[in-house]
Design a protein around this ligand. Structure first.
Ligand code: CP
Length: 311
């Protein structure tokens, strides 16, 4: 019988399959809490969680806040503009001060890869990675796999295409680790500049033509072009990108029946996905967001000392 013993969630790389499955199974139990009229359990009563977002976020920040509230934790939200980082305080000093105020858990989003590991090695508090640069976004990948499992059952042998800006994507990296461990076949699809062949060393298939593989996929996950991380132009124009790699209406017709359309958000409508396709019946984009709440409840519960799937 496996027992959870991590205080932090820093990334999927290095996690055991049973740990991923324990989070997904715990999320299934917590999904039921969200469907009750009284959406609250006492698991984190008396604990304090600080949501510390040094990069913008809608989905991740709000769902961590709601997840902590549903577990009865006390929650404080911090953003860069309202923190003393603006006055030159270091990340470590800021986090140490939060710990001095008895923060038990810090959910961190930061532009620097490794920033969550850096704090986890220096603080007693649990550190939960809400996205660190282009490194990892573990709870996004977990909620993506949770959503796929809800629709498809076991992911063993399922073909999952991740399309777009893979090079700069923490979502793609965490998804690759998660999906490979769960037995899925992963296709990375995009221009050569954003999907280099070197990704094949992660056990995935690299494709530079979406039209060659679109009819094979069980899941298509579209990623946003992350202009904020790019330091040069990686393709001639957004129009050309959409023509070759966008999930246009014409291209969506070629998806297999039952293929799930996913996107981690935020969506750039009309660029990586057509607006009507994003809102179509095959799209599970908003369901992903809802599942993020249950997955984040599971992560907080386990890292706060829960030993396994709650009864
Ligand atoms: N998917 C995701 O991380 O969205 P936010 O940036 O809004 O948190």
């Amino acid at each position: 019988m496996n027992t959870w013993n991590r205080k932090d969630l820093l990334g999927i790389d290095g996690m055991e399959l049973w740990e991923i499955e324990m989070i997904l199974d715990a999320a299934k139990a917590f999904k039921g809490v969200g469907e009750r009229s009284l959406k609250k359990v006492p698991a984190l009563r008396g604990r304090t969680l600080v949501n510390f977002f040094v990069e913008p976020s809608t989905r991740t920040r709000v769902s961590f806040e709601l997840a902590a509230m549903r577990l009865s934790a006390d929650v404080v939200n911090m953003s860069t503009s309202a923190s003393s980082l603006q006055k030159g305080e270091t990340l470590k000093d800021t986090a140490k001060n939060l710990e001095a105020l008895h923060a038990d858990m810090i959910v961190l989003r930061h532009s620097s890869p490794g920033s969550c590991r850096f704090l986890a090695d220096r603080l007693q508090a649990s550190i939960i990675n809400a996205g660190d640069g282009a490194h990892e976004h573990p709870t996004q990948a977990l909620l993506d796999s949770f959503t796929m499992r809800e629709h498809l059952g076991s992911l063993a042998g399922k073909k999952v295409g991740i399309v777009g800006d893979i090079l700069f994507s923490r979502v793609a990296r965490s998804n690759i680790h998660t999906l490979r461990k769960l037995g899925a076949e992963v296709f990375l699809i995009g221009p050569t500049t954003l999907v280099p062949r070197s990704f094949e060393s992660m056990g995935v298939r690299v494709c530079h033509c979406l039209d060659d593989v679109i009819g094979e996929l069980d899941v298509i996950n579209l990623l946003r072009i992350q202009h904020e991380r790019q330091r040069k132009e990686y393709f001639p124009s957004l129009g050309e990108y959409t023509a070759l790699f966008g999930l246009t209406k014409a291209r969506a017709v070629r998806l297999r029946e039952g293929c799930l359309i996913m996107h981690p958000g935020p969506i750039n409508r009309g660029v990586e996905i057509d607006s009507d396709v994003a809102d179509s019946a095959r799209s599970v984009i908003l369901e992903q967001v809802t599942h993020g709440l249950a997955v984040r409840m599971a992560v907080l519960y386990l890292c706060a000392g829960g030993k396994g799937v709650p009864a």
